[in-house]
Design a protein around this ligand. Structure first.
Ligand SMILES: C[S@@+](CC[C@H](N)C(=O)[O-])C[C@H]1O[C@@H](n2cnc3c(N)ncnc32)[C@H](O)[C@@H]1O
Length: 211
C-alpha cells in the first residue's frame, strides 16, 4: 500500500470514535446538504435503483441517511476503525474496508455512487484512477455525487477531532477542476452546489451521471 494511503488509514483509525461524535448531528443544521442527498436519492430511483456505494463513508452517517431516504446504500472506507464504528452504529447496514483507488466492486454493479469529503485525501495524480473506478462500477444512467473543500491549496493535517495525532493531506480544489476530472472520466455534469460561499473554506457538491 502507498505511504499516503497507509497514513490516511492510520489517521482515521486513530480518530474513528472522536470523528463519529464530531459529525453525529452534522446534517441537522445543514438543509442544503440534506437537499443534495434527497436529489441524489431521486436520481438513483429515476435511474432504476439498485445498490448505492457511499465511498469513504467514515462512520456511516451519510450511508444511514441515504438508507432512510429509501436508498439501498452500503459503505466502503479505507479505515478499518471507521468501518468497525459504522457497523456498530448502524448494525442493519453493510460496510466494507476498501480504497477508492482500487475499488473492489464488479463493473456496472451499483445504481449510484456518493463520495463526500473523501476524495479530499487522494493526491491529484491518483484522482483519475479513483474516478475511473467510480465510472466502471456505475450502471449507465447512475448518478455520482462528490463533496469536497473548495480552494486550491493542500495542507498536511497533523492532528484533529480532539487533538488526536493525524498525518494526512487535505486537498482543497476548485469546482471547475473537479468538474474537469469528472468529464475526463466520462461523466456528464448535472449540478453544482456551493456551500457557505463566504466562509474561509467553502464546500462544494458536484452532481453528475454516467451517460
Ligand atoms: C472527512 S471523512 C468523511 C466521511 C464521510 N464521507 C462524511 O461525509 O462524514 C473522510 C473519510 O474518507 C476515508 N478515505 C480516505 N481516503 C480513502 C480512500 N482512498 N478510499 C476510501 N476511503 C477513504 C477516510 O478513512 C475517512 O473515513
Amino acid at each position: 500500500m502507498n505511504a499516503w494511503l497507509e497514513d490516511t488509514r492510520t489517521s482515521y483509525d486513530t480518530v474513528a470514535d472522536s470523528y463519529a461524535e464530531y459529525v453525529r448531528d452534522s446534517l441537522a443544521g445543514r438543509p442544503h446538504l440534506r437537499a443534495a442527498l434527497v436529489s441524489f436519492a431521486d436520481r438513483v430511483r429515476a435511474a432504476g435503483g439498485g445498490p448505492v456505494a457511499d465511498v469513504g463513508c467514515g462512520p456511516g452517517l451519510i450511508t444511514a441517511h441515504l438508507h432512510g431516504l429509501g436508498v439501498d446504500a452500503f459503505g466502503i472506507d479505507l479505515s478499518p476503525g471507521m468501518v468497525a464504528r459504522a457497523r456498530r452504529d448502524h448494525p442493519g447496514l453493510r460496510f466494507e474496508v476498501g480504497s477508492m483507488t482500487d475499488l473492489d466492486l464488479p463493473a456496472g454493479s451499483v445504481g449510484g455512487l456518493l463520495a463526500w469529503w473523501s476524495l479530499i485525501h487522494v493526491p491529484d495524480d491518483e484522482v483519475p484512477t479513483a474516478l475511473a473506478h467510480f465510472h466502471r462500477v456505475l450502471r449507465p444512467g447512475g448518478p455520482v455525487q462528490v463533496g469536497f473543500h473548495v480552494g486550491d491549496a493542500s495542507r498536511l493535517k497533523t492532528e484533529g477531532y480532539g487533538g488526536h495525532p493525524m498525518k494526512l493531506h487535505v486537498h482543497r480544489r476548485t469546482p471547475e477542476r473537479v468538474a474537469a476530472w469528472l468529464r475526463a472520466a466520462g461523466f456528464a455534469l448535472d449540478a453544482q452546489l456551493l456551500i457557505d460561499p463566504d466562509a474561509d473554506v467553502p464546500g462544494a457538491v458536484l452532481c453528475a451521471h454516467k451517460p
